[in-house]
Design a protein around this ligand. Structure first.
Ligand code: SF4
Length: 102
């Protein structure tokens, strides 16, 4: 996800993880950590890659929740997100599916 997180590009990996841990404990983290937290898609690809069997996906998920709670990262506007979902549904669902689901 680094291409989608310019602030994380070239950042020292263990420093970035320390930044995520700081956000988890209510701190600000650093720019690279905040960027990584913001772009995580919960793919869980990292879980298999981790030699220590840590669950990085869960770590990022909790860090995002904590960052939203403390204001380190802005909360996404759920209403705006739902309106976008509905647009895609209207574009791709059949009339029957729209009637049943929307
Ligand atoms: S779950 Fe892991 S691999 Fe997937 S985007 Fe998040 S940090 Fe990257």
């Amino acid at each position: 996800m680094v291409p989608y997180a310019p602030d994380a590009k070239g950042a020292e990996k263990s420093e970035t993880v320390r930044g995520v841990l700081d956000v988890l404990t209510g701190g600000q983290g650093d720019a690279a950590a905040r960027a990584w937290i913001a772009v995580c898609t919960r793919s869980a690809s990292c879980n298999e890659a981790c030699p220590e069997a840590v669950n990085p996906m869960l770590m990022l998920r909790l860090a995002k929740w904590r960052a939203n709670e403390t204001g380190v990262l802005p909360k996404r506007d759920a209403a705006e997100t739902m309106s976008r979902v509905k647009v895609f549904a209207r574009l791709s669902f059949s009339e029957d599916e729209q009637r049943d689901w929307l």
